[in-house]
Write a protein that binds this ligand. Structure first.
Ligand code: BTN
Length: 326
């Protein structure tokens, strides 16, 4: 990856944070004209960087952009794979999962990230939409190419849930729970959702796209979902740095992904159970055309829910919509 002159300039400015630096010295350092420096500074300002300029003094770097710019995500990212290749960023998109699938179909390598400031048709599970306004949330999809069979794919939803739950536990004071299979809850309301999609061939997986929607600084939700949705900002009254959350999420994701590749899924399931609020509780599960009511006994090594119904029958449910009844 080549560093553009804009990236280079940004680097210089960041290094001189808190001090004025003249246009002349920047132009010398970079070997370009002062007007070229000025043009790049204007571009950085458009990207949301706070840079002061004054005649005779030059430029003063005040603050990094609050946008989810690939450069900002790369800086300080402690991974070897995820986010180390392409980070495909946009201000607005229909759905990051849709885009990631298209890229994966075209051969994009494992670790490619797609993220956007807003989504017009953010996809939820079961054809639902995911509320994706600008500035407030994180909408991110990652491409993985694990050597697994399709039946193992749901495990990645659980792995993702553990990674984001742990990232949030480490960075916020929130009491995070995971609800099977893919909801991250705070005080009974949904703060994040995961949509795992895959492409298969015969009985092998070509790729998996793991989409995460996380409500970070969203101040308010539409009335229809106010009772079921929340954000970190609503719960804590504080604005949280989205870039840092993404970096933490990716670092934890990669650690669990490596663990999965080395020793399998069991420890991840154990961690998932620690973080879940359903084991031992009475639940109702909707599975296409069927409804089960009973006690959630366990999650098995494939990530399936083991439910004991009120007649004592035991069911193994791979996917469904679960509601806590007690
Ligand atoms: C759900 O709980 O229903 C899953 C929601 C998943 C939303 C995320 S946002 C980023 C990615 N792109 C999408 O279109 N959907 C997922």
């Amino acid at each position: 990856m080549t560093t553009s002159s804009k990236d280079q300039l940004l680097q210089y400015l960041k290094e001189t944070k808190g001090e004025w630096v003249s246009g002349e010295s920047l132009s010398k350092q970079m070997g370009v004209s002062r007007s070229a420096v000025w043009k790049q500074i204007s571009k950085l300002k458009e990207e949301g960087y706070s840079i002061e300029s004054a005649p005779k003094k030059g430029y003063l770097f005040r603050k990094a952009s609050e946008l989810l710019l690939p450069n900002e995500i790369r800086e300080g990212l402690e991974t070897k794979l995820l986010g180390k290749g392409d980070i495909v960023y946009s201000k607005e998109i229909d759905s990051t999962n849709r885009k990631a699938r298209d890229l994966a179909d075209e051969g994009a390598p494992e670790g490619t990230l797609v993220l956007s400031e807003a989504q017009i048709r953010g996809k939820g599970r079961k054809g639902r939409t995911w509320f994706s306004p600008p500035k407030g949330g994180i909408y991110i999809s990652l491409i993985l190419r694990p050597t697994i069979s399709p039946v193992d794919a749901p495990k990645f939803t659980l792995l993702t849930a553990v990674a984001i739950a742990e990232a949030l536990l480490s960075m916020t004071p929130l009491n995070i729970n995971i609800k099977w299979p893919n909801d991250i809850l705070v005080n009974g309301k949904k703060i994040a959702g995961i949509l795992t999609e895959m492409s298969t061939e015969m009985d092998a997986v070509n790729y998996i796209v793991v989409g995460l929607g996380l409500n970070v600084n969203t101040p308010k939700f539409p009335e229809a979902i106010q009772g079921i949705a929340t954000s970190i900002f609503i719960e804590t009254g504080k604005v949280f740095p989205r870039v840092k959350i993404i970096q933490e999420y990716l670092a934890r994701y990669e650690a669990y992904y490596d663990m999965y590749k080395k020793i399998g899924f069991d420890s991840i399931i154990d961690r998932w159970k620690d973080l879940s609020e359903i084991i031992g509780k009475k639940v109702e599960v909707e599975v296409i055309g069927n409804q089960f009511i009973g006690k959630a006994l366990d999650i098995d090594s494939d990530g399936a829910l083991i439910l004991k119904d009120e007649q004592g029958g035991v069911h193994r449910i791979i996917s469904g919509d679960i509601t806590l009844m007690s």
